[in-house]
Design a protein around this ligand. Sequence first.
Ligand SMILES: N[C@@H](CCC(=O)N[C@@H](CS)C(=O)NCC(=O)O)C(=O)O
Length: 216
Amino acid sequence: MFQLYYYPNNASLAPHFLLHHLQAPYELVLVDRKANAHKSDDYLRLNPMGRIPALVDGELTLFESAAICVHLCERYPQSGLLPPVGSHERAHVFQWLMFLTNTLQSQLMARYYPSRQTDDVEGVTSVIAAQDRRIEESLAILDAQLATSAYLVDAQLTACDYYLFMLACWCLPLERSPARYPHLSRYIRLLCDDLSIKAVCALEGIDLSRFTLVGI
Ligand SMILES: N[C@@H](CCC(=O)N[C@@H](CS)C(=O)NCC(=O)O)C(=O)O
């Protein structure tokens, strides 16, 4: 039995999609951010950064959402969410997963927590503007990739698609959300029909109709 330490619409969302898709036995443990539970001694033993998520798999404790996704795929090698070792497709899944976690996710965190980037109160506005530009550049790269393939890696759903969908949810409040890019918009609509995305978003209170309302 896996335990996923989560908070709705946090970085636990991608592992939650995977656990559901894999039909893995899991329980959700709410880390109440409002009560600062992610900074409690008990939680810091699971994730010393005091960030959500963490996964417990028997004797194994793991943090970093992308690493958790890779581990879950390796526990279920037949799922196809991670292509075979040594294949070009697997290399591309890792490429996009790293791009998403290192680049787009970091840009979004800096965008939503600008005061962590500057001590200067007046600098906050320019941090937000700079991050908005960087996020647009990253979304344009993803949009170009999706111009020629149904999913991020060819025609097959993989772990990086669930990861991108999590970040797309985080982008929704932005003026230039993913739904405003032609290929990303098509892709998000496709993923909105995924049974695991539907079920997990319903459970976490994420309103998928917001994607279709934005229109391109
Ligand atoms: N790189 C980490 C980032 C995790 C992260 O920043 N989680 C956020 C929620 S989305 C968090 O716990 N924030 C609380 C804080 O920074 O104090 C991952 O992907 O697991």
